[in-house]
Design a protein around this ligand. Structure first.
Ligand code: ACO
Length: 371
């Protein structure tokens, strides 16, 4: 038996949701650069689930469907108020709340295609409500109900802050959502597929995926990037901070990637957004610091920034609390997780690899009194 640590290079399934070929990321064949420049997040979700871009009527109908499904059951919100708010990370709260949603959906275990599509819409529509409600509840504020006339991106910012966002913020946030929507067989998507391949339900698959995204080697990196930027504090400290960290073999969050070795195609979009937004907020130091870190890590280690690196200063510039960064990743990636879960159900086989045994052999049973 031969093993590949971390399953590097292993092709574990076929998929037509998204692809990374020669460093180019596409969603169902559409280059991420085109989608980032032109698509609304709702269009991307439709594309990922239906494998085609929506026409005007289809998009209108889909937006209405999402808006109609965005209300989270009162019992789930009431339970969120009982979480130990002071010690709970929003990703843990999200994982628990999404699992809770399954308890209140009578169709949770109904595996019909239509029932699964209904659950897909509910999950996608309700995750922004949960993330923003938790952010407000822990500050002693009431959750804000979404407005039907706002886009998905605008509604998130509206529900988070209680005021309608400006156009620049909405455009930037929409682009960030588009860029994070799917990414082939990343760790959380693989987790979701493994879970539902047992014919478990969609809520279980998404709950498992949120757990996987939470880790700092995956989606949790964006919050850690902001923690690093805050600790560095000023561009003049960046070079010595990074060189010292690298010398101590500390991993620099937001750099490196299992698949991309010549750079993550999403990073350039986030870098440009970071430049623009930090200029608008008058806090260019976050961008300047990020660029300096980028330069030092590239020179010292030959590692390039991934999607998480510049998204930190983008979200910070949008006034978003740092521990909400990873939940935002989940809000967007929900669309990809669902697309993969639907694809898994369409052509399912249990995912059950092997492990090469490295423990002792032919052990003799030792009675309790002899141990
Ligand atoms: N900083 C410093 N060194 C690094 C970094 C980094 N960010 N990333 C990789 N390296 C080094 C490793 O220490 C290792 O060096 P060595 O061979 O001397 O021991 C070498 O590069 C290979 O790294 P691995 O960790 O084996 O690479 P792997 O493919 O397993 O990991 C990962 C990829 C997890 C993304 C890694 O680069 C990392 O930990 N990055 C920081 C966390 C991060 O940004 N995660 C977000 C990834 S994107 C996403 O999930 C949305």
């Amino acid at each position: 038996m031969s093993t590949t640590k971390g399953l590097e290079g292993v092709v574990a399934t076929t998929s037509s949701v998204s692809s990374i070929i020669d460093g180019v990321l596409t969603y169902n064949g559409y280059n991420i650069d085109d989608l980032a420049d032109h698509a609304s997040f709702e269009e991307v979700v439709f594309l990922l689930w239906n494998k085609k871009l929506p026409n005007k009527e289809e998009l209108d109908a889909f937006q209405k469907e999402l808006a109609a499904a965005s209300k989270v059951p009162d019992a789930v919100l009431a339970q969120m108020k009982t979480y130990p708010i002071d010690q709970v990370h929003p990703m843990a709260a999200l994982r628990t709340a999404v699992s809770n949603l399954g308890l209140f959906d009578e169709d949770a275990d109904n595996q019909d295609k239509d029932a699964n599509l209904k659950k897909a819409v509910k999950l996608q529509a309700q995750i922004p409500t949960i993330v923003t409600a938790f952010s407000r509840i822990r500050k002693g504020k009431e959750p804000v109900a979404p407005k039907k006339e706002l886009s998905f991106a605008a509604n998130f910012l509206y529900m988070l802050n209680g005021v309608e966002p400006d156009d620049i913020s909405v455009k930037a946030f929409n682009k960030a959502l588009v860029l994070h929507a799917d990414h082939e067989l990343n760790a959380s998507t693989f987790t979701a597929r493994v879970c539902v391949a047992t014919l478990s339900d969609m809520y279980s698959g998404i709950t498992a995926a949120i757990g996987a995204l939470k880790g700092p080697l995956h989606g949790g990196a964006n919050e850690q990037v902001m923690a690093m930027l805050s600790e560095i504090g000023d561009v003049s400290n960046a070079e010595s901070y990074i060189k010292d960290a690298l010398e101590r073999k500390v991993k620099i969050m937001g750099f490196g990637h299992r698949v991309y070795k010549d750079g993550d195609p999403r990073a350039k979009h986030l870098k440009e957004m970071s430049r623009q937004l930090t200029e608008i907020t008058g806090e260019s130091k976050w961008y300047d610091m990020s660029v300096k870190i980028d330069e030092v890590v590239t020179n010292e280690k030959g590692l390039l920034p991934n999607v998480d690196f510049y998204s930190a200063s983008v979200y910070h510039s949008l006034g978003i609390e740092h521990d909400i960064f990873t939940p935002i990743f989940a809000v967007s990636r929900m669309s990809g997780w669902i697309a993969h879960i639907l694809e898994q159900f369409d052509n399912n086989r249990l995912i059950r690899p092997r492990a090469e045994y490295t423990g002792p052999d032919k052990q003799k049973w030792i009675p309790m009194e002899n141990r």
